[in-house]
Write a protein that binds this ligand. Structure first.
Ligand code: NAD
Length: 244
């Protein structure tokens, strides 16, 4: 498919997991893809990888400038970089709250702010943010993480309103528990990772983890002019978890 021919996409956190699947999908469909990642070693060599920390404004602005210099345009921004946090409100101190918000929420605003001048010039501008089932599900032991992902939903809607008249659409995806290196790292901490994975699969409404490629398909749709009448909304890719 060549729907993104001639377009340039920036994918943050695109060197691993969901971001890597998104970067691959956009490239398969014709986009030139720049991956911005704090650890770009795992990036697909077919992508233009730039080291960037979304928690550092100078780093983000420099990375976006490098992408613009390389390709001369930016049409699509996928704000996907994010980190986890485990615990109740009693378990994470202020420093941790600020650190995770700075990456998961402010990071998205930073990348968008740096890319907006280029998006305004694009005839097919789209921003897609990665939220989570945690935004709405009331998951135990995920107070801080859930708050950041709820903020991503709000940010998405507010940005959609702000940039509607500029022709920039802003949407998000809400993945359920997805089969990525992040989740593998959590499973590896269990006494019996194989049994823990089986139990995790069984807890999903459709009996298995979400595939990163399924999230990537939803992101590709939201990034594409095929969703040209869709802005300020989200697609759940969670096996139906949000309905439980
Ligand atoms: P992952 O750990 O496999 O990949 C995350 C990528 O982000 C890594 O390449 C990492 O280097 C990069 N990154 C981390 N901090 C960064 C920073 N400060 N600046 C730039 N890059 C940074 O994780 P994943 O499971 O693919 O998760 C990707 C996104 O999907 C996250 O926003 C996460 O919250 C969200 N999500 C994941 C799941 C899941 O179950 N895996 C579910 C819902 C939402």
């Amino acid at each position: 498919m060549t729907e993104f021919n001639g377009l340039v996409a920036v994918v943050t956190g695109g060197a691993s997991g969901i971001g890597a699947a998104i970067a691959d999908r956009l490239r398969e469909r014709g986009a030139q893809v720049a991956v911005l990642d704090i650890d770009p070693a795992g990036a697909n060599p077919e992508h233009f990888a730039v080291t960037a920390n979304v928690a550092d404004d100078a780093s983000v602005r420099a990375a976006i400038a490098v992408v613009a210099a390389e390709f001369g345009r930016i049409d699509i921004v996928v704000n996907n970089a994010g980190i986890g946090a485990v615990g109740t409100v009693a378990d994470n101190d202020d420093e941790e709250w600020h650190r995770v918000f700075d990456i998961n929420v402010v990071g998205m605003a930073r990348v968008a702010r740096a890319a907006l001048p280029y998006l305004r010039e694009s005839p097919a501008a789209a921003i897609v943010n990665t939220s989570s089932i945690a935004a709405t599900a009331g998951l135990p032991q995920r107070a801080l993480y859930s708050a950041t992902k709820g903020a991503v939903l709000s940010l998405t809607r507010a940005m959609a309103a702000d940039h509607l008249r500029e022709g920039i659409r802003v949407n998000c995806v809400n993945p359920g528990t997805a089969d990525t290196p992040w989740v593998a790292r959590l499973l590896d901490q269990a006494d019996d990772p194989v049994a823990e994975r089986a139990a995790l699969n069984a807890r999903q409404p459709h009996g298995r983890l979400v595939a990163a490629s399924e999230v990537a398909d939803a992101v590709a749709y939201l990034a594409s002019p095929r969703s040209g009448s869709t802005t300020g909304t989200s697609i759940a890719v969670d096996g139906g978890m949000q309905n439980l």
